[in-house]
Design a protein around this ligand. Structure first.
Ligand code: NDP
Length: 244
């Protein structure tokens, strides 16, 4: 990935932060998109920059706030350099049964997980179309494939992400852009802290490897999908769940 330029959303923690690390190690320059940058991230990224001779620019915006979103995206586009890869990783999760779900909350979740991703792809793919090249990777979830109680909002939003990925692969493939999705199983990040110890144990045994996944195990798949090694992979949904 040496010298390639990558946009990563939700880059400040969890899977997104691991993506920054793995892509920087592979020699890529990164626009790390996040709501807020803290001092720890500043020193962490400057170490990576020096060690791997890359740049990592933080771009701060909330993906649901159209004003700051537009400013953030404009600052990237105004640099007028090639955008090789877009990784749509930011997202939130809830577990709520139907009778506890409020329509407004479901809409807000869709706004983050689905509509903001679509907005991002619309803006960035225009440039990729002009370049006649680009790779888009969307973070789905196993929840968008396996129906489960309590996942009507999160699971449906991720199912929509996976379907969008496949539609866009067909639309953008002929224009030189590959679009793929990763569908992780439960991964050790803050996102799964909503589960208690018993539930986490249950999630572990549901995987045939009998454990939760690690952020690096997702980031390495993203790296592969972004690379030339995956040059004939388009419209794929790669499950990374330890074999559920
Ligand atoms: P985390 O909760 O650790 O991180 C979520 C990231 O998304 C944070 O950087 C967060 O920013 C960002 N984000 C959320 N809302 C917004 C917003 N409105 N604007 C900008 N950024 C936002 O989750 P993970 O790292 O685990 O998840 C990353 C992706 O992987 C998500 O799409 C998730 O659905 C998916 N995934 C995760 C699984 C897991 O088990 N962990 C399993 C399957 C899929 P901030 O710090 O500001 O809140």
């Amino acid at each position: 990935m040496e010298g390639e330029n990558i946009i990563i959303t939700g880059a400040n923690r969890g899977i997104g932060k691991e993506l920054v690390k793995v892509f920087a190690e592979a020699g890529a320059n990164i626009w790390a998109c996040m709501r807020k940058e803290n001092e720890d991230f500043v020193s962490w990224k400057s170490e990576l920059e020096q060690k791997h001779n890359v740049w990592i620019k933080t771009v701060c915006f909330d993906i649901t706030d159209s004003e700051s979103f537009d400013i953030g995206i404009k600052s990237i586009l105004d640099e007028n350099i090639k955008i090789d890869v877009l990784i749509n990783n930011a997202g939130i999760s809830t577990v709520k049964l139907l009778n506890k779900s409020k329509l407004e909350e479901v809409k807000a979740l869709f706004n983050i997980n689905y509509f903001s991703m679509l907005n991002m792809i619309q803006k960035i793919s225009k440039k990729m179309v002009r370049q006649k090249s680009g790779v888009i990777i969307n973070m789905g979830s196993i929840a968008g494939i396996e129906p489960q109680p309590g996942k009507i909002a999160y699971g449906s939003s991720k199912a929509a992400v996976l379907f969008m990925t496949q539609c866009l692969a067909k639309e953008l493939g002929p224009l030189g852009i590959r679009v793929n999705a990763i569908a992780p199983g439960p991964i050790e990040t803050e996102m799964i802290q909503q589960y208690n110890t018993e539930q986490l144990k249950q999630l572990s045994v549901e995987s045939s490897l009998r454990r939760l996944g690690k952020t690096e195990e997702i980031a390495q798949v993203a790296l592969f999908l972004a690379s030339e090694r995956a040059s004939y992979i388009n419209g794929a949904i790669i499950k990374v769940d330890g074999g559920r």
